[in-house]
Design a protein around this ligand. Structure first.
Ligand code: TRP
Length: 449
């Protein structure tokens, strides 16, 4: 290809861009409700174990594949091994399916932001009423779709600005603000009456709630939250320059992502217990509990608007990364101009997202294995495609990829020491595949001991 490929600026850009992809609705919306459904504290421990044993090696493997080839995910695998190009296609399909529900939830954040700005959020004082309003809104056939389309266009606008001016700049601006905001909200939430009960629920492990599905959920959440398993980090790291320190970047991204998830838990569970609602109430958790916390604060609508604005930004940096996987693929592999590629992606993903939004209301009778379209997109991607992608990525990096390439990239061409390289190889070759396979089979009921 004649044109020069974009690269990111300094070290900080690599961390913030990758963290921008990782930190998103997965941390603030998905993590708390999945943890709530799986008994709180015990889930947190299993989740962190998944991050360390599976997240670290797979993230490093994706960084290696991306930066070594400087190509989109399909091109990257194809260059390294023709037979493994299919793994790149898994990434294209999964990104499309994730955007199919992610745009919908992102649209909800837009609606709640507008409600906060207009001041009418001050009527959202009781969680029971908030729950009703939330249900009324999400099942409405029109309004959530307008929000979804708006959000998709917002994502499109950033992608259209390009890698440096769009993706890099937006992440650098938004990530630090998000972090500070979450700390303030968590502190406020813990101070609520009965708030400490929520902290206890979240931090004190109760293993009696742990089932096989807890492991599957924790693993799926770890992959989803770190944006790994579908080549998103391959696409992003293909824009890293050769000076980017891969080990440090991976460490920082994982630390930031986990911290944001824990802070989100500390913001939400105290509020749940204070308002006496069920911590197991599912995807509505954030939208139902947080408005009541804001209403206990002076200038409630202001805080609420600020929070939902930040949630929009967190979601946006993630939708951008998913969009970029598809845009880079169409542009580099299929020969579409970048502009055309971006439009095709925006239109196809928006149509899917509109269908999945309708599946929460008027199209609710259409079920796939007992789940509506929205829930099945979430389940199939997070609990099946991402871990499967992770399994294959670790097998690829551990067994197929030339060991020299792995070492060169992980050590940044020999300039970084990598004392734990041997451990990484063991994790990639044996531990990740075995653990992932075991969790899968266990959940299928095939392999229980
Ligand atoms: N990690 C993001 C979140 O937590 C979502 C996301 C962005 C993602 N890119 C991804 C998930 C790639 C899986 C794979 O919200």
């Amino acid at each position: 290809m004649g044109e020069k490929r974009a690269t990111l600026g300094g070290r900080l850009s690599a961390v913030l861009v990758a963290a921008g992809s990782a930190v998103g609705l997965g941390n603030i919306w998905r993590f708390p409700y999945i943890a709530g459904e799986n008994g709180g504290g015990a889930f947190l421990i299993i989740y962190i174990a998944c991050i360390l044993l599976l997240g670290v090696p797979v993230l490093l493997a994706e960084f290696t594949v991306g930066r070594h080839t400087h190509l989109n995910s399909v091109g990257a695998y194809r260059t390294l091994s023709k037979r493994w190009a299919f793994l790149g296609y898994n990434s294209v399909i999964s990104s499309l399916l994730i955007l199919g529900f992610y745009f919908v939830v992102s649209g909800w954040t837009l609606e709640y932001f507008i409600t906060s700005l207009s001041g009418s959020i001050s009527e959202y004082t009781h969680s029971a009423v908030n729950a009703e309003r939330f249900a009324e809104f999400t099942t409405n056939p029109l309004r959530p779709i307008v929000c979804t389309v708006l959000f998709a266009l917002l994502t499109h606008a950033v992608i259209a600005l390009g890698v440096q001016k769009g993706i890099e700049r937006s992440s650098k601006l938004m990530m630090p603000i998000l972090f500070v905001m979450l700390i303030v909200i968590a502190a406020r939430s813990i101070a609520l009456p009965f708030g400490l009960e929520g902290v206890e629920f979240f931090l004190k492990p109760d293993f009696s709630k742990v089932t096989a599905k807890t492991f599957l959920d924790a693993m799926g959440q770890a992959f989803f939250s770190l944006s790994i398993g579908l080549g998103c980090m391959i696409t992003y790291s293909s824009y890293f320059n050769d000076k980017t320190n891969l080990q440090k970047t991976a460490f920082n991204v994982i630390a930031l992502d986990t911290l944001v998830a824990v802070l989100a838990g500390l913001a939400i569970f105290p509020a749940v217990f204070s308002a006496d609602i069920e911590p197991t109430s599912g995807p509505s958790l954030v939208f139902v509990t947080l408005p009541s916390i804001f209403n206990t604060m002076t200038f409630g609508p202001f805080w609420s608007a600020l929070f939902f604005l930040l949630l929009i930004l967190a979601a946006l940096t993630s939708t951008i990364s998913l969009h970029e996987v598809l845009t880079a693929y169409l542009h580099e592999e299929r020969g579409l101009s970048r502009t055309k590629a971006a439009w095709v992606v925006t239109i196809v993903t928006t149509l899917l997202a509109c269908a999945s939004s309708l599946s929460l209301g008027v199209w609710g009778d259409f079920k796939i294995c007992g789940l509506n379209l929205f829930d099945s997109l979430d389940f199939v991607t997070a609990n099946i495609l991402l871990p499967l992608g992770g399994l294959l990525t670790s097998i690829f990096a551990g067994w197929v990829l030339d060991r020299k390439i792995l070492r060169t990239e992980i050590s940044d061409h020999g300039s970084m020491r990598c004392r734990l390289f041997g451990l990484l190889v063991v994790l990639l070759r044996y531990v990740c595949p075995a653990l992932l396979l075991w969790i899968f089979l266990y959940n299928l009921g095939i392999f229980r001991f």
